[in-house]
Design a protein around this ligand. Sequence first.
Ligand SMILES: [Zn+2]
Length: 192
Amino acid sequence: MTAAPAPQVPVAPGRYRSRLPMGGGVSTGSGPDPASPWDSTLAALQTGQSFIKNKMVFSDDCLAAFAAVGTSGSKVRSEAGSLQLFNGTTNNDPITVPLPDGTTVKTTVAALFTNQSPLGQPATAFTYFNSTSSYWLPGFGAQQSLSTVEAQILHESLHGLGFTDGQIESALGIASTNTTNAITDRLQKLCF
Ligand SMILES: [Zn+2]
């Protein structure tokens, strides 16, 4: 953890009220969220995951995007429904991450989710290629719409199916940058 002052995060009235009686203590000064940001993130992700798996009807534009990347709606739906969702900050497994300039950097899963991330800012999510193991930033989902959360799940599902950010960006005509939010934004536009 860094010694940086706690960011000021606007908290909706009553957002954490129901957790207080069970909290057993109040933590101050060490992070943006006095409750458990991972619990709320996991809940939002599970809601989005369930929607994609059971209810989502992919639009033609959405299916065309999947086809351009090299996969299909049924494969993405299956992968999204199979993702195992983990707190990214608590996993110290070593990983090698591709950067937009074509180089790679050795780091750990947890380091990706800190301010010292080689990405220049904490990652939102990291999913191993050809895997269902998906790691997420605690707090994500608290201030994002459900469709943003769902679009990020679709984005991570493409990684789980083996596609790199560069491959997805190239297939969808998106410029490669340090962050890959543009992929999520595009999927959100096309699919929701
Ligand atoms: Zn990505």
